[in-house]
Design a protein around this ligand. Structure first.
Ligand SMILES: Nc1ncnc2c1ncn2[C@@H]1O[C@H](COP(=O)(O)OP(=O)(O)O)[C@@H](O)[C@H]1O
Ligand SMILES: [Mg+2]
Length: 254
């Protein structure tokens, strides 16, 4: 079975950047799942999903609820219809990675019946990839067991604040409450950590993997819409992600 990685953290800490650079590191055509309402993962990878006419899962759930769609489609049993629509409308495919986005409407909480079918369909799609990487909003609340229940590693990108540190316990609690099983929970310091704060992290009783160094090129990449997959091999941010992924036991793809 493929490995499933979740990256979480508060807004603005750098988790989407981490997911993009982990994708670059693994180089193994992963499935990326954008579960954040910011939905900027595609953008950081140089893709405009709207232009590509790729829809979010919440869009199709919304349509199903409203009974939209062709007669032929509406005559399908719900699980088949959902699986068909997910593959046909929501899966973005490219040379380096594939991607699905959960979307905003759904993350705000939709308890309609197709919801309960999602996990098995997402698992089925994820099953054909060696890696699935999920970009999840802070606290994991939105990433519930309807999306995924078994993950290998959770990476938490932290900003240097008491709130972020308090969040660690909360993430563990929520993971257990919403029924997500994981093997490891790793902490990563974001680029804003100073030495003292890094020392602090090293000394708490958690799996701390390292810091993502400040990278002046990221701003330029974000501004121009260039894919972070093109970031230089020796750039500060990518070098940091390489170290972190290596420590977590992931090998670089070629
Ligand atoms: N290592 C870094 N050096 C400099 N800027 C960074 C770094 N990591 C992230 N950023 C910047 O911080 C902002 C938020 O990053 P992002 O990955 O979108 O965070 P999140 O997904 O947690 O909201 C972006 O403008 C990004 O370019
Ligand atoms: Mg993000």
């Amino acid at each position: 079975m493929g490995k499933k990685i979740v990256c979480t953290g508060r807004g603005g800490t750098g988790k989407t950047t981490f997911v993009a650079l982990a994708t670059k590191y693994l180089s193994l055509h992963p499935l990326l799942v954008d579960a954040d309402s910011d939905q900027n993962l595609a953008e950081l990878l140089g893709v405009d999903l709207q232009k590509e006419a790729v829809r979010t899962i919440s869009d199709i759930l919304f349509d199903i609820q409203k009974g939209k769609g062709s007669e032929e489609l509406n005559s399908m049993p719900l699980p088949d219809k959902l699986e068909y629509l997910l593959n046909a409308d929501c899966l973005y495919e490219s040379e380096k990675f594939d991607m699905i986005s959960i979307g905003v409407k759904w993350t705000r909480g939709c308890y309609c019946s197709p919801n309960n079918l999602l996990r098995s369909i997402i698992s089925k799609i994820a099953g054909s990839y060696e890696y699935t990487i999920i970009d999840s909003p802070g606290g994991l609340e939105h990433l519930n067991r309807r999306v995924i229940s078994e993950v290998n590693d959770i990476f938490v990108v932290l900003d240097p604040s008491k709130k972020a540190l308090n969040n660690i316990e909360r993430i563990k609690k929520i993971a257990s409450e919403i029924g997500i099983h994981f093997n490891n929970l790793y902490l990563i310091a974001n680029y804003r950590f100073n030495e003292n704060a890094v020392e602090y992290l090293k000394n708490i009783n958690e799996n701390y993997l390292g810091k993502i160094e400040y990278d002046p090129d990221l701003e330029e990449y974000n501004w121009s819409g260039r894919s972070l997959l093109d970031l230089a091999q020796d750039s500060p941010a990518f070098s940091s992600v390489k170290n972190i992924m290596t420590k977590a036991g992931y090998q670089a793809g070629s």
